[in-house]
Design a protein around this ligand. Structure first.
Ligand SMILES: Cc1ncc(COP(=O)(O)O)c(C=O)c1O
Length: 470
């Protein structure tokens, strides 16, 4: 686990060294022990970190000194501009949900739940147990740990419709996060230059993965109940696409959820076109009303490729997910995984398995969902009160986000910049659109830290918006 006091001392010393002249002598170990109220071992550990980073050097019997910095020549990378040529697409360097905000800011942009929503006690126990056992210290197979694969298969099998053959462990491929699974699916099942249908708006990471794989994205209009099956059928016919990427439960960003009837209709369209439905079940654990019933549980003919992430519910530090696919599609994907990453850390797989099979996991999920519901309700209420001109098409029954439409003519990029300047970070909706945005939207995440500051943050958004409108 992280030794916070070492990190704190190292951080302060780094700041000090940055302003000190080369050759300056650092305070003695004894002085630093007194100043930071830590043990001599902690100070020594911090010194070792700075020494390893080439910032300081110790002269035995004399003291510890700031190292002289090598002369820095201005770099010239101009040759790379010609060597790399223009990129096919120009996605943002770091997508808004992945940005690190100023620690003082009210962060409503991030896609990851705050620490108090994570199973911290279960995680600490799992890390300790795996550390003591043999399970985590070996090399994994390409498809992943058999027990973890059984767990993923079992979860889906438990809700598989009667008369449908449930998935087995052999159908599961463990992933280092489902993002890389999306890339594999686009490369292995769609292929460069071929089309994939997506709802609009849709997850920015799927758009990025498609762009990197050279896949042509074809938008299909989304709605609070999912896509219109007739629109989808038309898009399959017109483009010859063989895959449709979608999030049937609590879509990021809109929160849309397909009914059982819509799931059947979509599946019928997919079957009729001999195509795949790439079902991204990213928010499986974040249902706050009812349970998620994956579309994959209605299919045993290999039409649905199912992606299930544990990153956000177990821990962003235990980045493990899985993919369930049947038939030759699974073999193609497995070959891509081999080329991409060979295998997933056995240690992290073992930790994930410990957590989701711990007796406290179900209780944790219940408590976490209750907290999430309270956060969602609070944010809906505050949005309504503080940003009255924002419109929510839907109060999502799960997931982590609200998707708000702003008045026509709002300059969303300017709004987001000005909000950040005033201390609140929200995500501009533009990134979730595969083509031009259909309107001005922002996404606000209700799973971040400090829900008591939601009102303050949204009040800033409301003020900045009112300035634009006025
Ligand atoms: C809709 C959606 N799909 C997939 C992912 C990727 O998740 P991971 O790679 O952490 O499993 C995310 C992460 O933000 C997401 O929002």
């Amino acid at each position: 686990m992280v030794d916070d006091s070492t990190a704190t001392v190292a951080h302060s010393l780094r700041a000090w060294v940055a302003t000190a002249s080369p050759g300056s002598r650092l305070p003695s170990n004894r002085e630093l022990v007194a100043r930071f109220g830590v043990s001599p071992v902690t100070v020594q550990k911090a010194f070792r970190r700075l020494t390893a980073g080439g910032l300081i050097e110790s002269r035995p019997g004399v003291g510890t000194f700031v190292r002289s910095r090598p002369a820095v020549r201005p770099a010239d990378y101009g040759w790379q501009t010609a060597a790399l040529r223009a990129p096919h697409t120009r996605p943002p360097a770091v997508s808004a949900p992945m940005r690190s905000a100023d620690p003082e800011a009210i962060a409503l942009h991030s896609g990851y739940p705050a620490r108090d929503l994570l199973p911290e006690r279960l995680l600490r126990n799992a890390f300790a147990r795996v550390g003591r056992s043999e399970a985590g210290w070996t090399r994994s197979s390409v498809a992943g740990d058999p027990d973890l694969r059984s767990w993923f298969a079992g979860e889906l099998a438990a809700v598989t419709a009667a008369g449908t053959t449930p998935p087995a462990a052999r159908d599961v491929v463990v992933l280092p996060g489902t993002q890389s699974g999306l890339s594999s699916v686009f490369r292995a099942l769609v292929g460069s230059g071929h089309p994939v249908l997506v709802e609009s708006p849709t997850y920015w990471g799927a758009l990025l993965a498609a762009a990197q794989a050279g896949v042509d994205v074809v938008p299909v209009r989304g709605g609070p109940d999912g896509p219109d099956p007739a629109d989808l059928a038309r898009a399959f016919t017109e483009t010859g696409a063989r895959a449709f990427y979608a999030q049937p439960a609590f879509a990021n960003p809109t929160g849309a959820r397909w009914s059982a009837e819509r799931a059947d209709q979509v599946l019928d369209v997919v079957r009729a076109h001999d195509a795949f439905l790439v079902e991204d079940d990213w928010a499986h654990d974040f249902a706050v009303e009812g349970e998620v019933s994956p579309v994959a549980a209605r299919d045993d003919a290999g039409h649905v490729v199912y992606l299930r992430s544990l990153t956000k519910s177990v821990s962003p530090a235990v980045r493990v997910g899985a993919l369930v696919a049947r038939g030759p599609a699974r073999e193609r994907i497995l070959t891509d995984r081999l080329a991409e990453s060979v295998y997933v850390s056995a240690f992290l797989q073992a930790v994930a398995l410990e957590v989701v099979t711990a007796p406290g996991w179900r209780t944790h999920l219940r408590t976490m969902r209750g907290n999430l519901r309270a956060r969602r309700d609070l944010m809906v209420e505050e949005l309504d009160r503080r940003v009255p001109s924002a419109h929510l098409a839907l109060v999502p029954a799960g997931g982590l986000n609200l998707w708000a439409r702003l008045p026509e003519g709002t300059d969303v990029q300017r709004l987001v910049r000005e909000c950040e300047h005033e201390g609140v970070v929200v995500a501009a909706g533009d990134e979730w659109f595969p083509a031009e945005p259909s309107g001005p939207f922002v996404r606000v995440n209700y799973s971040g830290p400090e829900p008591e500051r939601f009102g303050e943050g949204l009040a800033i958004l409301g003020r900045v918006l009112a300035r634009q409108e006025g």
